[in-house]
Design a protein around this ligand. Sequence first.
Ligand code: SF4
Length: 259
Amino acid sequence: MTLSYREMAAGDINKPVQERKRVDSKTRNTSSTRLRAMHDLLLAKYGEQRWWPARSQFEVILGAYLTQNTAWTSVERSLANLRAAGAMTVDGIRHAEIQELTEWIRPSGFHTRKAPAIKAFIELLDRNFKGSLAKMRRTPTAILRPQLLALPGVGPETADAILLYAFGHPVPVADEYFRRIADRHGLIPSKGVRLRYDDLTKLTDQAFAHEPKDKRAGQFNEFHALIVAVGKAHCSRTPDCAHCPLRYDLRRAHTDQQT
Ligand code: SF4
């Protein structure tokens, strides 16, 4: 018989899952320690992931838009179209007609929404940063992040992916895999409610809080990539806990819920 992750966490298939407690600082400290241990184990097992899979800073930015609600294989087809059209540059997108941009990125889906969103990014770049990615990159996170978030088609995950992977700002990124893992391991009590993005990134921040600040961006970079790696390999809608390296933590999750 294959046990579910809840059953593994409970250690007894007949026990009901414990109701989760409120987030308090003690829980968060415990969870951040566990999360850090999970990261260290994944790093030892999978090695450095060296993200983002892109050839240039601007390609990272385009990829962050294109990957929304889409598998990376589809993104690669769009990126190949952009390359073939010679449009994989700020100038290339700036001078492209919206119809041709829409056509190039069609393989990654939601192209009628993503094309104007990418154009809006270029408008922001031209308006506030004189068209310079270097100038945008040098802008403090606290000033740049709200500007990115104000753009159409940019939520926290896209904004943070651009900040971290294109510009090297030390901000954590949380995605659906991390949300699922944090929920299944009870790292943040949810009471059945979808975990908030900000709670996920705060927890990541805490997991690396004792590291030197200049190392933080590199660690957030690897952390997110490792979470995606384990998520893809094991933590899909139907979790494969039996073969997952993070299985050891499920019993810890149950212990924490009981104390
Ligand atoms: S991360 Fe691994 S052990 Fe944890 S719930 Fe997902 S598949 Fe199971």
